[in-house]
Design a protein around this ligand. Structure first.
Ligand code: PLP
Length: 284
């Protein structure tokens, strides 16, 4: 069952609406320009995971777009209304969306709670490295590109996934035009290296214009407590092939093991996948 709750100043806990009926105007700039932001998180047993991290990133995205969105408490109340209405003890996907709204009218904002898509988890990924078309220093030079904000304009990301599928792969790792490893279209890249018995977990550095992953952030905190050494890029494709494991991580699919990149095998270490998978499950 899909539940829709609009953030509406006349309804402090949010306004429940029918997700099967038309609800948006065709002139909403979220639709006409893709001008807006979103967050996607997982709820387990009626409780959203990493809620504060998602709300903090939503606020950062809003700031980057100079978008006036409702305060975190208003989102929290609407999320709580939606999850109560969904009344499901299992896993649900919670999506927060805020658009710039009608020209001159202020943001349109809603929460959508829907079932977890089937077959999402436990896949080993064959990945293509695809050029994102930017160099890794563009975020600092060109803030108007909104690198690092989670905007609604995901058409390029989805096109990259379709391209990978047309080539027989099932996901993508973007690279910058200066040859650095960036991120997946909907995920953060992680690699592990075991050096003299010490386990290192490494992710590309944020300054390269990637989205700061809430899953990567939470996993790093848990991994440090579990004795891992942490590192932040820069990574180049060769680092993926010389690692002891490569994963893509995100809030709904969680940890997904990569088994090949550009049709060449990468090292798969099931014990590391199991250990990191358990750490991911433990963070909320
Ligand atoms: N990078 C991009 C481009 C994403 O779209 C996402 C999530 O959708 C991520 C990384 C992973 O972020 P999170 O772990 O917060 O889900």
């Amino acid at each position: 069952m899909t539940v829709l709750v609009f953030l509406d100043s006349a309804f402090p806990d949010g306004r429940i609406a029918d997700a099967t009926q038309p609800q948006l105007r065709v002139t909403d700039t979220g639709i006409t320009r893709g001008d807006g932001i979103f967050e996607t998180m997982l709820a387990v047993g009626g409780t959203p995971r990493k809620l504060q991290a998602h709300l903090a990133r939503l606020a950062t995205s809003a700031e980057a777009l100079e978008l006036d969105v409702p305060a975190s408490e208003v989102w929290e109340r609407a999320i709580s209304t939606a999850l109560k209405q969904a009344d499901d003890d299992g896993e649900l996907v919670v999506k927060l969306v805020a658009t710039r709204g009608e020209e001159g009218a202020g943001a349109t904002a809603w929460v959508l709670v829907s079932p977890l898509p089937e077959g999402l988890r436990g896949q080993r990924l064959s990945v293509l490295l695809l050029d994102r078309g930017y160099d890794s220093t563009v975020a600092q030079r060109a803030p108007w590109l909104l690198m690092g904000a989670k905007t609604l304009s995901y058409a390029v990301n989805m096109a990259a996934v379709r391209y990978a599928r047309s080539q027989g792969a099932n996901d993508v790792i973007f690279t910058s035009s200066d040859g650095k490893v960036l991120e997946g279209p909907t995920s953060t890249v992680l690699i592990a290296r075991v050096i003299d018995g010490a386990k290192h977990l490494i992710t590309p550095q944020l300054e390269s214009g990637i989205l700061p992953g809430t899953s990567q952030g939470a996993l790093f905190t848990a991994a440090r407590e579990a004795g891992w050494e942490l590192g932040y890029g820069p990574l180049v494709p060769g680092d993926l092939f010389s690692s002891d494991g490569v994963w893509l991580i995100s809030s709904v699919r969680l940890l997904a093991e990569v088994e090949s990149i550009d049709r060449k095998p990468v090292k798969v270490t099931p014990e590391l996948t199991a250990e990191l998978g358990a750490l991911v499950e433990s963070v909320s």
